[in-house]
Design a protein around this ligand. Structure first.
Ligand SMILES: NC(=O)c1ccc[n+]([C@@H]2O[C@H](COP(=O)([O-])OP(=O)(O)OC[C@H]3O[C@@H](n4cnc5c(N)ncnc54)[C@H](O)[C@@H]3O)[C@@H](O)[C@H]2O)c1
Length: 354
């Protein structure tokens, strides 16, 4: 058997333990150390997985032989922590968003180049089977010309959620609200399927929660391909409905509801053409009509499967000396779109991306 890759996790709050669980499901990975500046959190997670606990990540980097460091700290600290680990010669997996400021992203890409290490950014839903299937069909041209792409995130977060960490809902460390924190997953999938975004118009507001950043947002997009799209998102829709991603083309259409393929219809599978007026089909499952008990209402209710698949993809890239599916450049793309939406909403003008 190949030698196990040695992992450490920095940040043992909500998502850090899920990474530990995902690593435990991978036979050729080993969690050797964890760090959190809250001592009890580090000790609890370390004890659960037989790892060593640190309160200072620099001390951990100096003391441990590590292959990969996973950064699970508040979003506005990702750049600082990822760069520290990369400067210590470690490969890095960083949670989403890659960072919340463009300058910090540029610095991460620069340090990664300079150190010759690998950098992966978590976007675990790219590894969901329904997403892989739709993306594969797009690559095959099965949807024809893409005309519209819609991402809906009608989620619920209570005030208690925003009060549970002093960084949540702040510009300085969360970098935004429903868009930068929760919707980044769907925005990444939307641009991964529809291609790069060219221009953006948007409104955002804070209607339900006591916090600095937005809890409701609507954006209109024009993609570089000429297709149009929308993003509608909130953490104020009680009790939290499933996300919905619609990819619509002139030879086929698909809807992903939550993590599942809710609808798929392709002209190439037709025995007879649908005729001049087409038809409007219902999705197979009314998933959007009720809370699905997933991350729509509970940030801790995440399955580890897709995280484990993404960590395995990074391990493959390290062993083969190739590029992980979501490298630093891919990880920066949804952040650039979100920063563009904030600028469009703030200035009331259409924003063009490079
Ligand atoms: N991929 C996903 O689905 C997903 C889900 C939840 C969170 N996240 C991301 O994970 C990150 C963490 O979110 P969370 O909900 O786990 O937050 P959290 O507040 O629950 O946990 C963050 C942890 O980092 C620790 N920390 C802060 N500064 C530190 C430092 N300098 N050194 C060591 N430890 C430090 C805190 O003590 C805390 O335990 C965020 O960027 C978030 O966007 C991703």
């Amino acid at each position: 058997m190949t030698e196990k890759l040695r992992f450490a996790i920095v940040g043992c709050g909500v998502i850090g333990p899920l990474h530990a669980q995902a690593l435990a499901s991978l036979p050729d990975a080993e969690l050797v150390a964890v760090a959190d500046h809250t001592t009890e959190r580090a000790q609890r997670l370390a004890a659960q997985y037989g790892a060593r606990a640190y309160t200072d990540m620099d001390e951990m980097l100096a003391s441990e032989q590590l292959d990969v460091v996973t950064i699970c700290t508040p979003s506005g600290l990702h750049g600082e922590h990822a760069c520290r680990a990369m400067r210590a010669g470690r490969h890095v997996i960083v949670e989403k968003p890659m960072e919340i400021r463009q300058e910090a992203i540029d610095e991460m890409l620069r340090v990664q180049q300079e150190q010759g290490v690998k950098l992966a950014v978590i976007s675990q839903h790219r590894f969901d089977p329904a997403v892989r299937q739709v993306r594969g069909l797009i690559d095959d041209g099965a949807f024809g010309r893409l005309v519209l792409g819609h991402a809906q995130i009608p989620w619920w977060r209570s005030q208690a959620y925003y009060d549970s960490g002093d960084w949540r809902g702040t510009w300085r460390l969360d970098g935004g609200g429903i868009l930068m924190n929760q919707s980044i997953h769907q925005i990444d999938l939307l641009q991964w399927m529809m291609g790069p975004v060219k221009s953006i118009a948007a409104y955002t507001d804070t209607l339900v929660h006591r916090m600095e950043t937005e809890d409701v947002a609507v954006a209109i997009l024009r993609f570089a391909s000429g297709a149009l799209g929308t993003i509608t998102a909130t953490t104020g829709a009680y009790p939290g409905l499933a996300t919905r991603l619609e990819i619509l083309g002139d030879k086929g259409s698909a809807v992903i509801e939550g993590d599942e393929l809710g609808y798929l219809h392709l002209a190439r599978d037709e025995k007879e053409a649908v005729g001049a007026y087409g038809f409007s089909a219902k999705t197979s499952r009314p998933a959007t009509s009720e809370s699905d008990g997933s991350a729509a209402s509970n940030p801790g209710a995440l399955a580890i499967r897709s995280h484990a698949l993404q960590i395995a993809d990074m391990m493959r890239a390290i062993r083969e000396d190739s590029t992980p599916l979501v490298d630093g450049h891919a990880g920066s793309q949804p952040v650039e779109i979100i920063l563009g939406i904030y600028e469009a909403a703030r200035t009331g003008t259409e924003v063009t991306l490079q």
